[in-house]
Structure formats: structure tokens, C-alpha cells
Design a protein around this ligand. Sequence first.
Ligand code: CO8
Length: 375
Amino acid sequence: MHKVAITGSGLWTPSDFISNEELVASLTVAVEAWNLEHADEIAAGGVDERDPPSVRFIEKASGIEGRYVIDKEGVLDPKRLRPHLPTRSEDEDSIQCEISLIAIREALAQAGREPGDVDAVLVACSNLQRAYPAVAVEVQNALGAKGWGYDLNVACSSATFGLQAAVDAVRGGSARCVVVVNPELTSCHTNFELRDYHFIFGDAATAVVVERVEDARAEHGFEVLGTRLSTQFSNNIRNDFGFMNRSEDGERHPHELVFRQRGRHVFREVCPLVAELIVSHLAEHRLTPEDLDRMWLHQANLGMNQLIARTVLGRDPEPAESPVILDEYANTSSAGSVIAFHKFSADLPDGALGVLCSFGAGYSIGSALLRRVRF
Ligand code: CO8
């Protein structure tokens, strides 16, 4: 078995940024218009009045201060509340392919690799823009990579589930240089009509390069000591969008075909599962929480991350021990933990130990133990 390392990482951040103030102003207008339009049904008790959002609630409940999106104008238009995405023809790169390439090229440059060195591409994310051909195969072609590619979706945990697949492929010898990319266009599946959901997500794409330690060309990287995945079924985060919708005989409300959740249940149920997974994963490697220098956690909610870090460490974490990017990026689904890793890993000394951990719908949780190494 080969020793495996992450030798590079990359990030695409959209140029459009939406502050909480802008988002709340737009939804407030939309809610007032909707309530007016449905005044008779509301008076008759057929539907509930919609409640206005508040910046104060968002910041207090989540820690989110803004988010990047692929198209600010469409999201903020109170009559639209979703991005404008011009339809692309078959001979153009798909949007997910385009943003993947940006993140991958940065990751390859950091790894000192050329596209032609890549022999596997995994597109791992919450939402894929079409059923087939796999976006990964399109990315492989557009990049000029060899080998094979496939898509996988484990919601926010796609980053670590994809990473484990890459690590296993390199360790076992079925690939030598794998790129895992997380092109998350969450604004296309966010319900911007309801205050409970409109603030949660942002768009971004991340990529990592996974290779044998002996092949590494970068000066530094992170040896993957081990990965551990866990799933446990729950309907508390759900989206019923799918290819069978058009054949279903029953009625479905449009809000069932985008992201929805029982956020409080998720918070309560997922935090202990994540902390337990990290601690037991460390123990499997004869390590303890005291050995950890950094936790790159999935970025969904500030309170969640503080609770998880506190449970694992047995004390409040120092800010540098569990870096936060969700204030600026919001929840970028599978990209979140990798953004934290990408932005907050180069400062660690050789030998430092970190855990990359993602969690989300499924429920699903993934952990990767990473040791900073000089090759
Ligand atoms: N402004 C004002 N009030 C609000 C707002 C708002 N924007 N939103 C909700 N409220 C109100 C609610 O309506 C409720 O009012 P009432 O008491 O009158 O009913 C009140 O505030 C309290 O609401 P909650 O109980 O929902 O509030 P919480 O304190 O639980 O905070 C959070 C809500 C922030 C969502 C919190 O529960 C949370 O973050 N939970 C964890 C969620 C999480 O981690 N989810 C992970 C899911 S992501 C994932 O797995 C990927 C899925 C695929 C992504 C696809 C892309 C879209």
C-alpha cells in the first residue's frame, strides 16, 4: 500500500457578494408582496402569512454575515429570488465544469502538476447540473486529464467522501494523481422565498490533488493518515428534486424540490455524532484530541462548530484551532471544510496534525486525519 498525500488545493470564489442587509431587504419586499397577493387565502386560514427576515436573527443564529453567489442580480430581484443562468449549448463548457477548472488549476499549480499528470477526476458535490454525461468526465476532457472520472453526491459531506475515494484509489494503485473537485452552486437550490432558508448558503468551488507521497513534487503537503466515514438515515435535511418528479402522480409543493431542513434537530443530532467520530478516529490512530493542531470543519453554523470543537477538545478552541470562513462564505456545502483548509493550512509547521471534517444531509459525516509534511 502506498502512502498518500494532499499536495495542492484550489478555490473558486464568485465575484458577486451579498450582505445580510441586502438579502433581508430583498426578501422583506418579496414577503410583503406575497402576503398582499395571498391576503384572501391568509384571511380564510388556507395559508400562513409569511414572516419577514431579520439581519440580527441571521447573525445570532448562524454567524453568517454574507455570501458569494454566481448571480447577485437574480437572487436579489424580489420578483425572481434565484440566479439568472443563461442556458448553454452542448459545445460550451457547463457552468460546473467551468468553475471546477478554475479551482483545479490552482490546486495543480500548488502541487507542481500539469493537467496531463491527472489520471482520475472526482466531482463531489450536493447538486449536479444534469443527469449525464457525468460532469467529471466533461471536466476530465476540458482539463486534458487521462484516466477516468465520475460524479458523487453525499451532500455537504461530499468533500470527505470524495477524498476517501481518491485516497483509496491512490493507495490501492488504481490511480496515481486524483483531483477531487467540489463545484457547489447552492444558490440554484436555495429557497430564497422563506426566511428560514434564504440566508444559509453561498456558492464556491474547491479542489484538492491527491497523490502518492513518493510522487509529490510540491515542497509541502498533507499526508492522509486515514479517513473515516459514517452515515445514519434522517429526513431532517431533504430535497425531493429528481428525475422521477415529472412522472409522479401526487402533488408536490415547489418548496419540496429545493433544500429544506429542520435546522434545530440537525444541530442537536449531528454535533454529538461528529465529535464522537473525530475522537474515535483519532483513537484508531493512537492519537488524542490533545495531538490536534487544527480542525477544518464543515462550515454550516458557527455555534455548531464551536460546540463540536469544544466537545472534541474538552475546552473552548482558540480561533486558530478551528478556523471560520462561514461568516464570509456562508454554508458552501461540501466546499466549506476545504475552503477552511485551503485558506488556513500553509501556516502550520511540519508534523502538525489536523482533521478535515464534513457533515450534513444523510446524515453523513466524514473525517480525514492530515499530517503536514515536507516532501
Ligand atoms: N429572520 C428572522 N427570523 C427567522 C429567520 C430569519 N432569516 N429564519 C428563521 N427565523 C425564525 C423562525 O421562523 C422561528 O420563528 P418561530 O419561532 O416564530 O417559528 C425562529 O426564528 C427560530 O427558528 P429556528 O428554530 O429554525 O432557529 P435556529 O436557532 O435553530 O437557527 C439555523 C436556524 C441557523 C438554520 C440552525 O438551526 C442551524 O444552523 N442548524 C444546523 C443546520 C445545518 O447544519 N444544516 C446542514 C445542512 S447543509 C447540508 O447538509 C447540505 C445539503 C445540500 C445543500 C444544497 C444546497 C442548497
